[in-house]
Write a protein that binds this ligand. Structure first.
Ligand code: GTP
Ligand code: MG
Length: 320
């Protein structure tokens, strides 16, 4: 598990399988619509941070699904992207947008996600970024589990059909997995016949360290309020794996001294809570006991420092 993360128990192709398909699909949309939730559901592992706050995802993350459906063995490389947003104040924000936009080129299809019954100006903005693409765009209308009266969906879907010539519009629930098989079936119709690119047990192109840093950052985003999480970043300084235990040392970077105090909290309580929750998801991902040590360090203005963004893996993956 050094250069990329893999899982045991892959989908082997057998003699009855008629064809093999492989392709790449980008998942885009405004912040908070459920892009990372969908990626994690499809891959079956938590690779990408999820939180009920905009701009949780900061860099493109590939999740690889190798499976079979209707006599087709397939490998789909999904790219989860940062939410496309209209505020591009600092280098970090601008990087988030360009990552997302870069992800719509050189793919076989694009998934645009919106929320059921909630179309906003930012959705229009996302749509405008897709104006010139010739790739099939699948519109997923997510969070349908929240809609009690499903009859309300039908006119909404009809309204969406007027906005663009989508390849297909599919109502889904990324948390429950509703209609994700319909999505895979629809994608398989347009994906090319091809050998797989990655070994069948690979689930992401990111390193185990990167995913671990994301899982810790997820807890920062969840446990801290308002603006604070966006001025923090996580770096794994040490990752040591033995038979039964993984020892992880992580630095939480923040850009102001007073924020360090907020992250640590009264008598260290906030940091402890973050650490406990992070350890739980790290253990689930690594399938081993985890010993997690965390430090909080201050570097002013790291969000505008290309070297730092690069070190944190935020701008190093433009060519993915
Ligand atoms: N009820 C419901 N909630 C969902 C669903 N999908 C996602 N959510 C919630 O929506 C919030 C945002 O989900 P994310 O997956 O982080 O959204 P995102 O589009 O990746 O957001 P950014 O990375 O900030 O662009 C989280 O609280 C999720 O639990 C769904 O199908 N149903
Ligand atoms: Mg996300």
């Amino acid at each position: 598990m050094s250069s990329s993360s893999s899982r045991t128990g892959s989908a082997h192709t057998d003699a009855h399988t008629k064809q093999k398909k492989c392709g790449s699909v980008s998942i885009i949309g405004r912040p908070n619509v459920g892009k990372s939730t969908l990626l994690n559901y499809l891959v079956g592992y938590k690779l990408s941070a999820i939180a009920n706050k905009p701009q949780t995802t900061r860099t493109n993350i590939r999740g690889i699904v190798s499976d079979q459906l209707d006599n087709t063995a397939y490998q789909i490389i999904f790219t989860d992207t940062p939410g496309i947003h209209q505020n591009s104040k600092n280098l970090l924000n601008r990087t988030l947008n360009s990552e997302a936009v870069a992800a719509v080129e050189e793919v076989d299809a694009i998934i645009m996600i919106v929320e059921a019954l909630k179309w906003t100006e930012e959705d229009d903005f996302v749509l405008s970024r897709l104006q010139h693409t010739t790739k099939p765009v699948f519109l997923l209308v997510n969070k349908v589990d929240r809609i009690q009266d499903k009859n309300r969906l039908f006119p909404y879907l009809q309204e969406l059909m007027q906005k663009r010539n989508y390849h297909e519009i599919i109502p889904v629930s990324a948390t429950k997995g509703t209609n994700t098989d319909t999505l895979i079936r629809a994608l398989l119709k347009i994906l090319p016949q091809s050998e797989f690119i990655y070994p069948e047990d690979h689930i992401t192109d990111k390193s185990v360290r990167f995913i671990c840093a994301e899982l810790i950052r997820e807890q920062l985003v969840r446990n801290l309020h308002e603006e604070l999480p966006y001025t923090t970043a996580v770096e794994i300084e040490k990752f040591e794996e033995s038979d039964k235990l993984v020892t992880i040392e992580a630095v939480i970077w923040t850009d102001r001294k007073n924020q360090k105090g907020i992250i640590i909290g009264k008598k260290g309580e906030t940091l402890k809570r973050i650490g406990q929750a992070a350890r739980y998801s790290l253990e689930e991902f690594l399938m081993k006991k985890v010993m997690l040590k965390q430090w909080v360090k201050v570097e002013e203005n790291w969000q505008n420092n290309p070297r730092h963004l690069n070190e944190l893996g935020i701008i190093s993956n433009r060519n993915l």
